[in-house]
Design a protein around this ligand. Structure first.
Ligand code: INI
Length: 155
């Protein structure tokens, strides 16, 4: 049933069957990262992605994620990627550098490679905020990756 009148819409498709998904997870603030991974993995499986079609690479911190994501995107093996990590504000300017560089790196990979990368990297002021948001963020990133993979195939 069309949602809008007199216009064809590529309807959001969250069916993960047959999709190959690469996950890049930072290990910095590992408890939060593993919370993100757990929600992401559960959602991918729930949406029909086969366990054997999910590959995980881990890196030291969020700044390392874009390079690994780029390499995975260029490999041609994945329909979409999910980046997971936690950048939590400390007392230094490093937070801004890590958050901004990571985000611009992710945008570049999407546009340069044509492979969608869902950004599931939390940027928060406190550990508490990160812990509160990790389940929803991991889930949303998984759904975003599936939706984008299907949309790009359909266009
Ligand atoms: N990396 C993170 O993933 N989260 C952070 O909060 C963080 N802080 O705050 O420093 C962080 N720094 C490490 C960075 O991502 C690189 O691993 C490091 O600079 C080596 O390149």
């Amino acid at each position: 049933m069309p949602r809008y009148d007199k216009i064809f819409e590529y309807e959001p498709n969250l069916d993960g069957k047959g999709l190959k998904i690469g996950v890049i997870m930072s290990r910095f603030n590992i408890d939060v990262c593993e919370g993100l991974l757990s929600a992401c993995q559960a959602t991918l499986l729930k949406q029909g992605v086969a366990a054997a079609d999910i590959r995980l690479a881990t890196v030291a911190g969020a700044l390392e994620v874009p390079l690994v994501a780029k390499k995975m995107a260029e490999s041609g093996k994945y329909d979409a990627l999910v980046a997971l990590g936690a950048v939590i504000r400390g007392d230094t300017y490093h937070f801004e550098i890590v958050s901004n560089e990571m985000a611009s790196g992710m945008t570049r990979i999407n546009l340069d490679t044509g492979v969608p990368v869902a950004n599931g990297i939390l940027t928060t002021n406190t550990d508490h905020q990160a812990t509160e948001r990790m389940t929803e963020k991991g889930r949303d990133a998984a759904l975003c990756a599936i939706e984008m993979a299907n949309l790009l195939k359909a266009l």
